[in-house]
Structure formats: structure tokens, C-alpha cells
Write a protein that binds this ligand. Structure first.
Ligand SMILES: Cc1cc2nc3c(=O)[nH]c(=O)nc-3n(C[C@H](O)[C@H](O)[C@H](O)COP(=O)(O)OP(=O)(O)OC[C@H]3O[C@@H](n4cnc5c(N)ncnc54)[C@H](O)[C@@H]3O)c2cc1C
Length: 337
């Protein structure tokens, strides 16, 4: 398998930052991946697994081996009266998988239409949008352990899925490579339309089906989020913070447009975008980077800038939100310093 030295990652991260990897390889099979992990020339180097690079912030060149698994294929492994089970390669583009599911009238992932990235990252990130999360449909995650080359299968219960979080970002962080994900999709799906302005958008279509729901979500996302082909970003830079209900009530009393989603009796989740907007950052530009004019949660790269500039801007935003509201923001993006 080819290992490329001094490889540009500019087109492999949606921010479009001009960074390089000391070595880069894109194995297309589990066997090639196994060989790569045990190749003595690279085994002792730091390693980074990359999907579509749509949730990465590279602040410097990567002085090691970047591995982009390109294992493809969507295989039906089981079917019952109500469900199908699909085994999907980590290198499949996420939205190609969603399109495939919708085309076959199988429901579960349609609300996650048009999220950039590859299938392998979906359990790592537990991607979510419009009232759905990857964890709702994931049944198993197949991995290769970096240290031993051993294959390990995690059941959904073992993945410790949380809000944009999983065991792959915690206890198993950096120790494995996802090779396949098993999804359970419904043959008679119940559509989830009660989120944001989905119902409003759906009124433009003659009927509500998996196909029109997907179209409506794509239309909303196109209006709200920058297209990485035109403007660099990694989607939401920050997570929505979970805060004590008492603090949220105070903030809501001062800002009628502030909303809160209950987590439990004591805690609620606040929209980070509203906090950032209220702190005056929406649409602000600092050199080659800035805050998106339509979505304050998104830090954008206009071109010619560096990841360090984006990181510095994010620190200023965090500081000012903390000073103004007493709320600590946490990055959603994976930062490589
Ligand atoms: C315009 C835009 C909109 C977005 N909207 C959303 C949204 O609505 N909801 C949402 O949840 N996210 C959203 N995102 C973020 C991003 O699309 C997701 O986090 C996506 O899952 C990242 O996939 P990726 O393949 O690009 O992973 P990368 O960014 O390449 O990697 C992300 C993390 O996963 C790890 N990883 C990747 N592949 C593997 C693997 N095979 N095995 C082990 N670890 C791996 C990486 O090491 C890294 O830690 C958006 C991003 C952009 C640019």
C-alpha cells in the first residue's frame, strides 16, 4: 500500500487550512490497514485517523502518520419484517449512505441528511441534527485496535453515546480505527418532523415522505450553513453548554429569545449560538477567520489563514461569553495542535 511522504491535508480538512502530514496513507481494506499498523517504518510515529476532515481543526503540520480509512461498501446483512441491518464501510461518505437508505425507503438516518464526513466518524462523534442522532440507528461498531491489530466489536450499549460524544472520544480515544458500522433501519419508519422549521419547509412539498423530509432538511441546511466548497468551516465549533437551570432562568429573564432544552430537573442545555450572538460575535471578522453571519456557532475561514488564528478567535469568544454570561463553552471540533 502506498504511503505518501510530506502530504498536503489542505483538501482533506473542510476548514481548508494548509497543513501537511509527515506521512499519509488511505487503506481500502482491513488487511491493508492491518499491514500499515505493523509496518516498522511508521509504527512508532504518532498516528491520526482522519475521515472527511469535517470536524478537525489543524493548528500545525502533523508530525506523524495520518490514516484515512477508505473501506467502502454497503451490505445488507439481515432483514426482518420491520427492519434491515446494513454493514457500512468506514470510508463511505455519510450523505451517500443517507441517500442510499432514503432511496430504499429505509428510515432512521434521514434527519442526518447532508452532514459532511464519512461513516467511520459517525459513531465517534455521535452526529446529530434535527432531533436525531447516529446512536438511534447504530447497533454495532467494528474496529481494529491499533496496538495489537485485533478486531473488536462494540455493541451500541458499549459505545457510551452522549451528546456529540462516545467511548471512542473517551476511554478508547486514539486507540482504535473504526472499519465498519452496523445500522438498523426501519422498513415502516415514523418520520420525525417536529424540530426547528422542518414542518414549515415540508409544507412546500405535496406529501411528507422520507424523500421529501430529506429534501426539506437539505434545503434548510443549505440556507443556514456555509458550503465547505465555498467557505471553510467545521460546522458547529462549540457544543451547546449544559448549565444549572437557575443560571438559565436568569439568562432567559434578560433575553426573551434565549431558549433552554431540559436535560434533567437541575440542568438544561442552552444554545451556544444565541450566547455568542448576544456577546456580539455574529458576523465578526478577524483577518482570515471570522464568525459566520447566519450561524454564530460556526467559525469560518476566508482563505489564506491558519488554524492557530481560528483557535485564537475561539478563545476570545469563550472568554467573552464566560465574562458576560458565566457560561463556559467547550469546543465540538477536534483540535490538532
Ligand atoms: C458545514 C458543516 C456542517 C456540519 N453539520 C453537522 C451536524 O449537523 N451535526 C453534526 O453532528 N456534525 C456536523 N458537522 C461536523 C462533522 O460533519 C461531523 O462531526 C462528522 O461526523 C465528521 O466526520 P469526518 O469523517 O469528517 O470526521 P473527521 O473530522 O475526519 O474526524 C472527526 C473525529 O473522528 C475521528 N475519526 C474519523 N474517522 C475515524 C475512524 N474511522 N475511526 C476512528 N476514529 C475516526 C477522528 O480522529 C476525529 O477525532 C458539520 C460539519 C460541517 C463542515
Amino acid at each position: 500500500m502506498t504511503v505518501y511522504p510530506d502530504y498536503s491535508l489542505k483538501k482533506l480538512n473542510t476548514f481548508g487550512f494548509d497543513v501537511r502530514a509527515k506521512f499519509f496513507a488511505a487503506p481500502e481494506t482491513i488487511e491493508a490497514l492491518g499491514e500499515l499498523l505493523f509496518d516498522n517504518r511508521y509504527a512508532r510515529l504518532p498516528q491520526l485517523v482522519l475521515g472527511g476532515g469535517s470536524n478537525m481543526l489543524f493548528c500545525a503540520d502533523f508530525d506523524g502518520l495520518v490514516i484515512q480509512p477508505r473501506i467502502t461498501g454497503i451490505e445488507k446483512i439481515e432483514e426482518t419484517a420491520d427492519d434491515v441491518y446494513l454493514r457500512v464501510g468506514a470510508g463511505v461518505v455519510w450523505d451517500d449512505f443517507v441517500a442510499y437508505a432514503v432511496q430504499h425507503h429505509w428510515g432512521g438516518v434521514e434527519n442526518l441528511s447532508f452532514i459532511p464526513g464519512h461513516v467511520g466518524a459517525s459513531p465517534v462523534q455521535n452526529i446529530g441534527a434535527y432531533g436525531a442522532e447516529a446512536k438511534d440507528s447504530i447497533r454495532q461498531v467494528e474496529c481494529i485496535l491499533k496496538a495489537t491489530g485485533e478486531r473488536k466489536v462494540f455493541t451500541a450499549g458499549e459505545c457510551a453515546f452522549g451528546y456529540r460524544d462516545s467511548i471512542f472520544k473517551q476511554a478508547w480515544r486514539g486507540r482504535l480505527i473504526v472499519t465498519h458500522v452496523i445500522f438498523q433501519l426501519a422498513k415502516h419508519p415514523v418520520l420525525r418532523t417536529h424540530y426547528g422549521n422542518v414542518e414549515e419547509e415540508l409544507r412546500k412539498y405535496p406529501e411528507v415522505t422520507l424523500q421529501t423530509l430529506r429534501k426539506a432538511i437539505i434545503a434548510i441546511r443549505r440556507k443556514r450553513l456555509p458550503d465547505p466548497q465555498e467557505l471553510g468551516s467545521a460546522g458547529s465549533f462549540f457544543k451547546n453548554p449544559v448549565v444549572p437551570k437557575k443560571l438559565a432562568d436568569e439568562l432567559i429573564s434578560k433575553d426573551p429569545r434565549m431558549t433552554a432544552y431540559p436535560i434533567n430537573v437541575d440542568y438544561v442545555k442552552l444554545p451556544a449560538a444565541r450566547l455568542i450572538e448576544q456577546a456580539g460575535w455574529k458576523g465578526m471578522r478577524a483577518g482570515a477567520v471570522g464568525v459566520h453571519s447566519r450561524q454564530a456557532l460556526v467559525i469560518v475561514h476566508y482563505g489564506g489563514g491558519t488554524g492557530k488564528e481560528a483557535l485564537a478567535l475561539s478563545s476570545l469568544i469563550c472568554q467573552s461569553v464566560y465574562e458576560k454570561f458565566g457560561v463556559q463553552l467547550e469546543p465540538e471540533v477536534n483540535i490538532v495542535e
